[in-house]
Ligand binder design. Structure first.
Ligand code: THU
Length: 141
C-alpha cells in the first residue's frame, strides 16, 4: 500500500529535525521525559507532535498521537513512516495505544524509526511492533 519505498536520507534527516524540534516543545513536567514524533505521509509531508502531560496523569497525550492528529488536520491520510525520538539508553518505542493509532493509517510494512537525539538507533516495521493486529478492514473499511 504505502509503506513500500525505502526512505531517502533526505526524508530521514527531515524527520529527525522535525522530531527534535517537537521534542524541545514537549510539555512533560511530571515525567520529565520529553518525546518528539514525526510522521511522513503519502505526499511526502512531515507532521510533528510532542507529548503533552496533564496533572490528571491518564489524560496525557503521547507525541505520536499529536503527530497523527497534525497529519489528519493537514489532510494526510496514510502514514509511510513514523520516527520517535526520546531520551535514555532504552529504545523509546511507541506504547501499545500508539501502535494501534499508527495502525489505523499505516500498512504492515510502514517503517517505525526509533531515534536518540542525533541519529536513528533502530528500525522496525509496524507489523513487527503490532503483529496480528485489528484494523479498519475488520470493519469493512
Ligand atoms: N511517551 C510518548 O510520548 N511516546 C512514547 O512512545 C513513549 C512515551 C510519553 C508519555 C509520557 O508523557 C512520557 O512519555 C512518559 O511515559
Amino acid at each position: 500500500m504505502t509503506g513500500k519505498a525505502a526512505l531517502t536520507t533526505l526524508e530521514q534527516d527531515a524527520m529527525l529535525a522535525a522530531a527534535r524540534a517537537a521534542m524541545d516543545k514537549a510539555y512533560a513536567p511530571y515525567s520529565k521525559f520529553h518525546v518528539g514524533a514525526a510522521v511522513l505521509d503519502e505526499n511526502g509531508r512531515i507532521h510533528a507532535g510532542c507529548n503533552v502531560e496533564n496533572a490528571a496523569y491518564p489524560q496525557g497525550v503521547c507525541a505520536e498521537a499529536g503527530a497523527l492528529s497534525a497529519m489528519v488536520l493537514a489532510g494526510g491520510s496514510r502514514v509511510r513512516a513514523v520516527l520517535v525520538m526520546g531520551p535514555g539508553e532504552a529504545l523509546v518505542t511507541p506504547c501499545g495505544g500508539c501502535r494501534q493509532k499508527i495502525r489505523e493509517f499505516a500498512a504492515p510494512d510502514a517503517q517505525v524509526l526509533i531515534a536518540g537525539d542525533a541519529h536513528i538507533r533502530a528500525s522496525f516495521t509496524l507489523e513487527q511492533l503490532l503483529p496480528h493486529s485489528f484494523g479498519p478492514e475488520h470493519l469493512g473499511k
